[in-house]
Design a protein around this ligand. Structure first.
Ligand code: DON
Length: 568
C-alpha cells in the first residue's frame, strides 16, 4: 500500500512545487518601468531580467540574481550577453561596502604588439575584428563563478539552471532580435561554414523560438564542474580545436591561466553625491569622474537642459577627458598609469583653464594634459537591487555585435572580438573611433582597455542609483548624462534615461547627437560656436535602478531596445 502511494505523493509534491513556481512567477512585475518594487533586475532582455528576479524570489541575493541574469543573457541576448567575452561587475553590499570583479578578456600568451600589421606596418583591416585572431581569452565564466563564491547565497547549480533551460527549451525572439539575426546571417554563414544555431532559412521572425542545444550542454558542464567545465576538459578542447580550424592563437595554457581579479573601485564625489565606478583596465570610470569634476565648478544646472551652453560645456569636458584616455590609459597591471593624478581636482581645474564659454576649442588644439607634473556594436548592462539593499551593476560584452561572429563548434557560444580594443597601432582608431598609445599596446596576458562604466551613486551613505550602458566610447558619456539629469536637472528616473543624449570623444572632433533631441535653434547656436554636429540614431542603452525616498526602488529599462525590468 505504502509503496503504491509513493508515486502519488511524488506527483502531489511536484504539482505543489509547480504551483509555487507559477505563483512566484505570477507575482513578478515586468515592464519597461517598474515603480515601488523592493527587488528588481533591469537588463537588455525580458527573459534575462526574469531569470534574475526569479532567483531573488527563491531567496537569492542581488549577486545570485546578477549571475543568473548574466548566464541567461548569454543565451537569450547573444549579440552581447556571453560566456565567450568579458566585463566588470560592481557590487555594493547592504552595509555599504564596495567591491568589483574584473573579468575582462586577456591577450593570449602568443599575442604580440604588431600582430595586426602587415610587412609595411599597415593595419590589416578586419584581422582584429572578424577573425579567430580577434578573440581575447574569455573571462565571463571565471568572473561569475568567483563573485558567486564570494557573495552568493544560493547554490551555483540553482543560479545557472535558468540559462540551461533557456538554451535547451529555447526562447522567443523579439522583433528586434529577429531582424538583427537576419541582418547578420551572411556574416554567420561566412564565419561558421559548417553552420550554427543563429542562422535559419528563410530567416527569423518575431515569435520564433531559438534553441541552442550545444550551448545548453556547455552550460551544463559549467554547472557540474564549475570553472573546470569551461577552462579545461571538453569545452577547453572545443575552443582550442576552433582556434586550430581558424588560425587562432588561444591555447589550453591561456584558458587554464585565465583568472578574473577583484579590484578596488574608483570613487569621487559630485555635488554631495558619492560616485563609485570601474577602475582600469576600463577607462570609463576615469572619464566619468573626470568629466563630472571638470563641469562641477561651472554649475551646469544654471544652464537650461540641452541649451547650447550646457552641451558646449560638456562637449569641451569630453574632449579633454578622451584626450587623456588616448595618452595614458591601459591595463594598470602592465603599465604605470597616473590614475589618482588624472582624478586630481587641481589637475582637472587646470584642464578646463582654456575653456571658452562661447567658442569650441578645436580638438587639434587639445592634447593630453600632464597630470603627473600638475599633480555596432553591442555590449550590455544590467542593474540589480535586492530586498536587503545589496546592489550590483554589470557591464559585459563581446565587443562588436555577436563579437567575432565565430561560434565555437560543438560548444555553441560566440567568441569575442575584444582584441580590437587594444591600440593595434599608435593613433589607429578602433571600431569606436578611439585611438591609443603605448599604454594600450598589445602584450601577452595584458587586458585591453575598455570604456565600460558600471556605476553606483550614493547620497549620505544611502543607495541612490545603479546604472551602466553599452555603446563603446559613448558608455561613460551616456552614464554621465543620466547622473546629471537626475542630480542637476531633477528629472524622474524614466526621463533621465529616455531623454536625448549627445557625445564628444575628442577625436573625431564633432558632437554626436541623437536624432530629434535638439531644436534647430540650439543646433545653429552650437555650430556658430564652432562645433560640428553629427546626427545618430541612438547613444547608449542605460538600464538603471533608482532608490526612491519612500524606501522603494524604481527600475528603468532604456527605451532604446528590448530592455525590460522584472521585480516585485
Ligand atoms: O570594452 C569596451 O569598451 C568595448 N568593447 C565595449 C563595446 C560596446 O560597448 C559595444 N556596444 N554597443
Amino acid at each position: 500500500m505504502i509503496i503504491n502511494r509513493i508515486p502519488a505523493l511524488i506527483i502531489i509534491a511536484v504539482l505543489i512545487a509547480g504551483c509555487g513556481q507559477k505563483n512566484a512567477e505570477s507575482s513578478l512585475k515586468e515592464g519597461r518601468v517598474l515603480s515601488d518594487v523592493r527587488a528588481v533586475v533591469v537588463s537588455a532582455h525580458p527573459q534575462g531580467s526574469h531569470a534574475g528576479a526569479m532567483i531573488m524570489k527563491k531567496g537569492g541575493n542581488a549577486v545570485d540574481a546578477a549571475v543568473a541574469t548574466g548566464f541567461a543573457l548569454a543565451v537569450c541576448y547573444p549579440a552581447a550577453g556571453n560566456i565567450g567575452g568579458g566585463g566588470f561587475m560592481l557590487v555594493r553590499t547592504s552595509e555599504g561596502a564596495h567591491d568589483l570583479i574584473d573579468f575582462r578578456e586577456k591577450a593570449p600568451l602568443a599575442a604580440s604588439r604588431d600582430m595586426y600589421l602587415d610587412a609595411a606596418d599597415d593595419v590589416v583591416r578586419g584581422l582584429s575584428t572578424d577573425t579567430h585572431l580577434a578573440a581575447g581569452v574569455p573571462g565571463s565564466v571565471d568572473g561569475m563563478i568567483r563573485i558567486h563564491a564570494k557573495y552568493g547565497k544560493l547554490d551555483f547549480r540553482e543560479v545557472i539552471q535558468p540559462s540551461i533551460d533557456l538554451a535547451a527549451n529555447g526562447f522567443i525572439l523579439t522583433a528586434e532580435q529577429a531582424s538583427s539575426l537576419n541582418r547578420s546571417a551572411e556574416m554567420f554563414r561566412k564565419r561558421n561554414p559548417e553552420g550554427c544555431a543563429f542562422v535559419r532559412v528563410p530567416g527569423w521572425k518575431e515569435g520564433d523560438t531559438l534553441r541552442q542545444p550545444d550551448l545548453a550542454t556547455t552550460l551544463e558542464r559549467i554547472r557540474d564542474y564549475g570553472r573546470e567545465g569551461f577552462y579545461s576538459g571538453l569545452t577547453a578542447k572545443l575552443i582550442v580545436e576552433e582556434m586550430k580550424r581558424g588560425n587562432g592563437i588561444i591555447t589550453s595554457g591561456d584558458l587554464e591561466q585565465y583568472s578574473a581579479v577583484f579590484r578596488k573601485p574608483l570613487s569621487s564625489s559630485y555635488r554631495g553625491f558619492d560616485i563609485v565606478t570601474c577602475p582600469p583596465p576600463s577607462a570609463g570610470g576615469i572619464i566619468l569622474l573626470q568629466m563630472l569634476e571638470m563641469i562641477e565648478p561651472f554649475s551646469p544646472a544654471e544652464h537650461e537642459f540641452h541649451s547650447p551652453e550646457m552641451i558646449h560645456l560638456i562637449a569641451e569636458a569630453g574632449k579633454r577627458a578622451f584626450a587623456d584616455r588616448a595618452r595614458y590609459a591601459g591595463d594598470a597591471d602592465f603599465i604605470s598609469m597616473p590614475v589618482q593624478e588624472l582624478l586630481n581636482e587641481n589637475y582637472l581645474k587646470e584642464r578646463m583653464a582654456g575653456f571658452d564659454p562661447i567658442a569650441a576649442t578645436p580638438s587639434s588644439n587639445i592634447g593630453a594634459g600632464d597630470p603627473v607634473s600638475s599633480g555596432s556594436t553591442e555590449t550590455t548592462h544590467f542593474s540589480v537591487v535586492d530586498e536587503e539593499g545589496n546592489a550590483v551593476a554589470v557591464t559585459t560584452t563581446l565587443n562588436g555585435s555577436y563579437g567575432s561572429g565565430i561560434v565555437v563548434k560543438g560548444a555553441g557560444f560566440l567568441l569575442n572580438n575584444e582584441m580590437d580594443d587594444f591600440s593595434v597601432k599608435p593613433g589607429f582608431p578602433n571600431m569606436y573611433g578611439l585611438t591609443g598609445s603605448d599604454a594600450n599596446a598589445i602584450e601577452a596576458g595584458k587586458r585591453m582597455l575598455s570604456s565600460m562604466t558600471p556605476v553606483i551613486v550614493e547620497k549620505e551613505g544611502k543607495l541612490f542609483l545603479v546604472a551602466g550602458s553599452p555603446g563603446g566610447s559613448t558608455i561613460p558619456t551616456s552614464v554621465f548624462q543620466v547622473i546629471i539629469n537626475l542630480i542637476d536637472y531633477n528629472m524622474t528616473p524614466r526621463a533621465a534615461v529616455d531623454t536625448g543624449r549627445f557625445h564628444h570623444q575628442w577625436l573625431p572632433d564633432r558632437i554626436s547627437i541623437e536624432k530629434n533631441s535638439l531644436t534647430e535653434k540650439t543646433a545653429g547656436r552650437l555650430q556658430k560656436m564652432g562645433h560640428i554636429l553629427h546626427e545618430v540614431t541612438a547613444l547608449g542603452r542605460v538600464n538603471a535602478v533608482c532608490a526612491r525616498q519612500n524606501g522603494f526602488l524604481e527600475g528603468v529599462a532604456d527605451k532604446r531596445g528590448d530592455n525590460s525590468a522584472s521585480g516585485y
